[in-house]
Design a protein around this ligand. Structure first.
Ligand code: SIN
Ligand code: CO
Length: 389
């Protein structure tokens, strides 16, 4: 099946481009998706406490020592004082804060939910750019408004030679192989490791739909931390001293055995590891302190059914945060933003985590189970689903 935004089938894209080669698609997106955020709304987000944002100034002359970064949250008045050219405002996880932005992810939903990271939005004035750099992730750059010139290297850089800079990881040398001027609706796919540099030719707003690859070090450290956090601090490795020793420097076999069993126990329980990973990966990589509570407060299970029957639908607030794991007897564990919900059926899990709209009609077959309805009400209460009338 052809993915319009890519101008080819998902299978062809995956075999030819994903992780391998940059791609430019002209006119990939229609104008309504592109207008999801305005520059003013973006500035409005950058003053919020729970939003990650930064301003990059690349003041001429364009030498990296002239580059400066300021981190948000910003004061509203700071935006009024900005120069006319050569700066970029970048805001992370805009898909969490602005409804409609996650629609930009829709064409790419042939990729697993857990691979999605966030939609970052950047607004640059003429001359603004964050410099030549590499990212470790796959990204779709969607031009929202204005024009930007993207220059992209020939092949992935494995050991980048970086300029000394406290906040920016700029490449000392950059030889572009592609030079693409993009306008509204144009899309560039960039695999990990390809050097790139974008410069705004006019005021320019761009969306970056970013993907992640979990770091092995993070998996190990975070699993071990979570595992250890559940162990009582008072639990000690109590070993008896069975008699006087003539070799006080010797660490005996019994002690080593006991230590080995403690460490082996971390990796012993496969179900616990799977559960941990699903919980972990269903949380955004930047781990916001808490998800927003539902505006409407707790909602009863009967109310959810009543609303659905009256024609409401349920909308996933962040569709790619929904993942599931099959468990015994065709049941499923659903995970959303670190919370686990036990489901009676795999089909229900597929529906909730998939791309289909959650209309009353589509949910109907599942509403005769009180347990299912309870899960829907909990998802609404936790703001993972929103009732839309
Ligand atoms: C930008 O949108 O200005 C920067 C995006 C990137 O290069 O990753
Ligand atoms: Co980049």
């Amino acid at each position: 099946m052809e993915i319009r935004a890519l101008g080819m089938s998902a299978a062809e894209f995956l075999s030819q481009y994903w992780g391998k080669a940059p791609l430019l698609v002209r006119g990939a997106f229609e104008s309504d998706a592109l207008a999801s955020v305005s520059p003013d709304e973006l500035a409005g987000l950058a003053v919020e406490q729970d939003v990650v944002s930064r301003l990059v100034f690349n003041e001429p002359p364009d030498s990296p020592s002239q580059w400066r970064v300021e981190f948000g949250p910003f004061e509203g008045s700071e935006f009024a004082r900005l120069p006319e050219s050569n700066w970029t405002l970048l805001v992370q996880e805009v898909d969490r804060h602005v409804a409609g932005v996650s629609d930009l992810m829709t064409p790419f939903r042939f990729l697993p939910n857990w691979r999605f990271d966030d939609v970052m939005v950047s607004f640059a004035v003429a001359g603004g750019g964050v410099g030549a750099h590499i990212d470790r992730y796959d990204v779709f750059l969607v031009q929202g408004s204005g024009k930007r010139l993207w220059q992209i290297g020939e092949s992935p850089v494995h050991t980048p030679d970086l300029v000394e800079h406290d906040e920016l990881q700029l490449l000392r040398e950059f030889e572009p192989a592609f030079s693409w001027e993009v306008g509204p609706g144009d899309l560039i796919y960039l695999p990990p490791g390809f050097a790139h540099s974008g410069v705004a030719l006019t005021e320019s707003l761009a969306y970056s739909v970013g993907f992640r690859m979990p770091s092995v070090r993070d998996i190990l450290v975070e699993y071990a931390e979570d595992y250890a956090a559940a162990i009582d601090r008072e639990r000690l490795l109590r070993l008896s001293v069975d008699g006087p020793t003539e070799a006080p420097g010797l660490i005996d076999a019994g002690t080593l055995d006991a230590v080995r069993s403690i460490i082996r126990a971390i990796a012993y329980d496969e179900a616990a590891i799977d559960d941990w990973y699903c919980r972990h990966i269903s949380v955004g990589s930047r781990r916001m302190p808490e998800f927003d509570a539902a505006e409407e407060g707790p909602i009863g299970a009967e109310d959810v059914v009543a609303h659905l029957q009256a024609g409401a639908r349920l909308v996933r607030t962040r569709p790619t945060s929904f993942v599931y794991l099959p468990v015994a007897d065709d049941r499923a564990a659903l995970y959303v933003e670190g919370v686990r919900y036990d489901l009676e059926s795999l089909i229900f899990a597929r529906l909730l985590t998939g791309t289909e709209a959650l209309s009353a009609e589509r949910l109907e077959p599942f509403l005769n189970s009180a347990a299912n309805v309870r899960v829907l009400a909990e998802l609404v209460a936790n703001a993972h689903l929103e009732l839309q009338r």
